[in-house]
Ligand binder design. Structure first.
Ligand code: TRP
Length: 479
């Protein structure tokens, strides 16, 4: 039915609908679920944040997710080309495709620092692997982690890592190299294979560690913390971060799902596919909370530690837990697996753009964007040591105190991602041809009306609020 312009959708597509679902879940489930969600939930005081977050996922995230899958499915090529094709078929300006380019740029920037953070995870996986190795050699494989180290020593590892540019760089190099390797191998031969091998292992580990946490930790306290709302804690900033987190966690706003959606061959049941992805992603975030907080509470540690929760608080908790060394190793391997299946989805967006719009080969495109993102990542990691005084957007009040990595993170997360989501909702909510939407999504009449209403009204309004309050935090009464 739809002509294929560059062969990406035809020759390179997913081999089945379940392969697409698995790859998209792999893209959605990442550091956002296992590192950022528990960090934010902990900092924001738990229940009220979590409940508001779930509302954001289903009222805003799910309609946007379906909109992106639709664009990819209908367009069958890279994000820019796909939007252009939907615009043509809807007889509206082809300039809408510019937001696909914005998305590809955002994905390129995100993968640069994502790989740096995944590099920290790789380092900790290495630390725990060595620790578990020595536990085995000592004939005590089920001992606690990092035996004999003080809390200061364990916490100090993070500082030592950050002070060591070569170590950070090696980890970043390894992670970006693995990402590039998979993306260069193509959709069915690389991305799909990685997802179908890694995601089942991911779920086994996730459930296993959660059961472990339930046995040795304090699940009751964790569940109460995560699900009992104290509405006084739902400040405008907390709502703002919940909205932004919902977009990030579902991989929305940077054309990632458009790109993955373009490799779908059969067009049926896009609605239930989108729902499955949103449920799985949210389920994993909640389970991550139920995995991490019982362990944190069992040792009486602080859930509001912030970004160091996973890197300092948890390793310390593993020290006094039975089999903490082994569980610590498995825990960091779990995060690493989730991070790889996400980083490939990020690098795939500019790579597909290079193939579709510039006519490059897949290998060239993956190499160019992978190397470029690696270089930006190097600047990010130097921001913790050699370049620690650099404030790239220091002239701008919201980034005045922000180091390099946090600037790239903040600029993409606070500005580019909401902008991408805003354009997506306006384009599909108002401009795209109704018949094309109906036939491609195959939604029932009632669901279709609800979907378009949410896209046309709720999404643009809510996302504009995130964008404006993100740019002018003083409007929220903060600082
Ligand atoms: N969603 C992933 C996570 O939670 C990150 C990610 C992958 C992403 N692809 C994306 C974020 C595209 C934004 C856009 O870790």
């Amino acid at each position: 039915m739809v002509a294929i312009s560059n062969g990406q959708g035809g020759e390179q597509g997913w081999s089945s609908r379940s392969a697409f679902i698995l790859a998209a879940i792999g893209a959605a489930v990442g550091l956002g679920n296992l590192w950022r969600f528990p960090t934010l939930a902990g900092e924001s005081g738990g229940g009220a944040f979590v409940i508001f977050y779930i509302g954001c996922v289903f009222l805003l995230g799910l309609p946007l997710l379906l909109a992106e899958i639709f664009i990819g499915r209908a367009g069958q090529t890279d994000a820019v080309g796909s939007i252009r094709r939907v615009a043509e078929q809807s007889r509206v300006s082809k300039r809408w495709s510019l937001f696909g380019g914005l998305g590809a740029l955002a994905a390129f920037l995100i993968v640069s620092f994502y790989s740096v953070v995944a590099g920290w995870v790789l380092y900790y996986a290495g630390v725990f692997a060595a620790d578990f190795g020595s536990a085995v050699l000592a004939g005590d494989p089920f001992r606690g982690a990092l035996a004999g180290e003080s809390q200061e020593q364990i916490a100090g590892r993070m500082g030592n890592l950050f002070a060591d540019p070569m170590l950070l760089l090696s980890m970043h190099f390894l992670f970006m190299g693995a990402t590039l390797f998979i993306v260069a191998r193509g959709v069915s031969g690389g991305i799909e294979k990685a997802a179908t091998w890694l995601m089942p292992g991911f779920f086994v580990l996730l459930i296993g560690i959660t059961i472990y946490g339930a046995i040795v930790g304090d699940v009751g306290e964790a569940a109460a913390f995560l699900f009992t709302p104290d509405w006084s804690k739902l400040t405008p900033e907390v709502m703002n971060s919940a909205l932004g987190q919902a977009l990030f966690s579902l991989s929305l706003g940077v054309a990632g799902i458009i790109t993955y959606g373009s490799y779908i061959r059969e067009g049926t049941k896009l609605g239930s596919t989108a729902a499955a992805i949103a449920f799985a992603d949210t389920g994993v975030a909640l389970i991550a909370g139920l995995m991490i907080f019982p362990i944190v509470f069992a040792v009486g540690l602080d859930p509001a530690a912030g970004p160091t929760l996973v890197f300092q608080t948890l390793p310390f908790a593993f020290e006094s837990m039975p089999a903490g060394s082994l569980i610590g190793l498995l825990f960091f391997v779990l995060i690493l697996v989730a991070a790889v299946t996400s980083s490939i989805s990020l690098l795939e967006v500019p790579t597909a753009w290079g193939v579709g719009e510039l006519g490059w080969s897949r290998t060239t495109s993956a190499l160019v964007f992978g190397a470029g993102a690696f270089a930006i990542g190097v600047l990010c990691l130097l921001g913790y040591n050699v370049l620690s005084d650099v404030r790239p957007l220091g002239f701008w009040s919201i980034f005045a105190e922000t180091d390099i990595l946090d600037t790239v993170d903040g600029f993409t997360g606070k500005i580019m991602l909401p902008l991408g989501a805003l354009f997506t909702s306006l384009f599909i909510g108002w401009r795209a041809d109704r018949r094309l939407l109906e036939t491609t999504t195959g939604l029932s009449r009632g669901m279709f009306t609800l979907w378009r209403f949410l896209l046309a009204w709720l999404c643009p309004i809510a996302v504009t609020i995130i964008l404006v309050t993100g740019l002018f935090p003083s409007l929220l009464g903060a600082e």
